[in-house]
Design a protein around this ligand. Structure first.
Ligand SMILES: C[S@@+](CC[C@H](N)C(=O)[O-])C[C@H]1O[C@@H](n2cnc3c(N)ncnc32)[C@H](O)[C@@H]1O
Length: 264
């Protein structure tokens, strides 16, 4: 992980360059998100549809299909280089905002929403196993029409701006600071209007992850603290843990998916 250099010393100080400071517990603003390599991330995580992502997608799909949404303003927060949360929202959306803080991921998303790569077709095929999705025959065209990419931080999203939302593998993976993980979940839930259906996925027990050669920080979240944080802003909560052997991403125990509706 490359961290932003510390602010320079004041006047009259030594002409030696300031020592580079590497925090052991980097916060979100310490990390060079603009160097995130979306191609490497996709290759490692999504080039082949894995059983754990399939299960998370199936559960999200069926939950959203039951939610009786239509013509909704939808958001995926921290989209990065993953289109399957946005695909899960597609049949019900009059718009889908894909938000990320990294300029490299934002560029990747802007290219993808105009005609996404074939590797996402198996993900749509999983969606299309549900009739609420198979009725949509041109998902690529629909995403191009309703998708909108925004460079926005989860810590700056507006309140009560969307009717449904997803946030996958973000709270656990944007810093090593537990308080920031909790704040990210709170901001995401608060960005949705009261009563909105949502899906949040996190890695449990993650200690960081590589994207290409770079190491990114994570918080080793525990199930109980994630559930408690989400429950504080939600009702009709359903929580499911997915364990796979061998695990895909470095240093994590399992994936947790929480679905529910936001409180007022
Ligand atoms: C582990 S990736 C998850 C990407 C994707 N949602 C997925 O399911 O694979 C974490 C993402 O959070 C983004 N990110 C980092 N800091 C952020 C912030 N403050 N606000 C929004 N997104 C952020 C990164 O650019 C990256 O795309």
């Amino acid at each position: 992980m490359a961290l932003t250099p510390a602010a320079g010393g004041g006047c009259g100080e030594s002409s030696m360059p300031p020592p580079s400071i590497r925090s052991l517990q980097p916060v979100n603003s310490d990390v060079e998100w603009d160097s995130f390599d979306p191609q490497a991330y996709v290759r490692h995580n999504y080039a082949v549809l894995r059983a754990d992502d399939r299960e998370i997608l199936c559960r999200t799909r069926d939950f959203l299909a039951r939610a009786k949404l239509s013509d909704a303003d939808c958001v995926d927060v921290g989209s990065g280089a993953n289109l399957y949360p946005a695909l899960s929202l597609l049949p019900f959306a009059r718009r889908v905002d894909l938000c990320d803080w990294s300029t490299s991921n934002v560029s990747w998303l802007r290219t993808q929403i105009h005609g996404y790569d074939e590797l996402w077709d198996p993900y749509w095929q999983v969606c299309a196993e549900n009739p609420a999705y198979s009725a949509l025959t041109d998902p690529r065209g629909r995403l191009a029409r309703v998708g909108r990419v925004r460079k926005t931080s989860v810590f700056d999203v507006p309140r009560h701006a969307w009717d449904a939302g997803t946030m996958f593998f973000v709270a656990c993976s944007i810093s090593a600071d537990r308080a920031e993980a909790e704040r990210a979940i709170g901001r995401f839930l608060d960005a949705l209007r009261p009563g909105s259906p949502f899906a949040v996925a996190v890695m449990l027990g993650s200690r960081g992850y590589h994207v290409g050669q770079r190491l990114y920080p994570a918080v080793a979240l525990r199930r109980a603290e994630v559930v408690a944080r989400i429950a504080a802003g939600a009702y009709d909560l359903d929580v499911h843990e997915v364990r796979l052997t061998p695990p895909l991403r470095d240093g994590y125990r399992s994936m947790l998916l929480a679905t529910g509706r936001t409180r007022g």
